[in-house]
Design a binder for this molecule. Sequence first.
Ligand code: CA
Length: 167
Amino acid sequence: ICSQVCNFNNTYTLKIHFHITHLFALLANKGKVWSCCPEKWKSFSSSCYFFSTDAKSWNESQENCSRMEAHLVVINSKEEQDFLTQYMDKKSAYFVGLTDPEGQGHWQWVDQTPYNQSATFWHPGEPSHSDEHCVIVNHRPTSLQWGWNDAPCEKQLSVCEMMKIYL
Ligand SMILES: [Ca+2]
């Protein structure tokens, strides 16, 4: 149902089919709210995620998310990170919405979520350099772990996050 309603290149037939299916679903599930993600976005909890396929600077990546009514991903839990890393390439790195603009260890999430030391997933030895202002998620073959690394803000893949759409 979600892939149909969020597909903007939809055909009329599919729309009609959706309306009928949705109507029956509503009648059967009185009071339940439908939520979904746009096509090509992944759904987890109350958010939708988009994995970019081209490398851009952190600023360009955030602007790209913003054009889609989203922001660079804010990781709030291990569960959320584990969900995201399933879709990541172990040979790539992905910008998240966390930066230290002044290089003084004042880490800031793009959506103003307070930086909570107890919900951080830095690789051992990270953050490492005060001139590395942007955070990537990557996989380390040495530890076989996914984790965060502070890195230069240039050219990486990225992940966008938005709230699910409620119908
Ligand atoms: Ca680093």
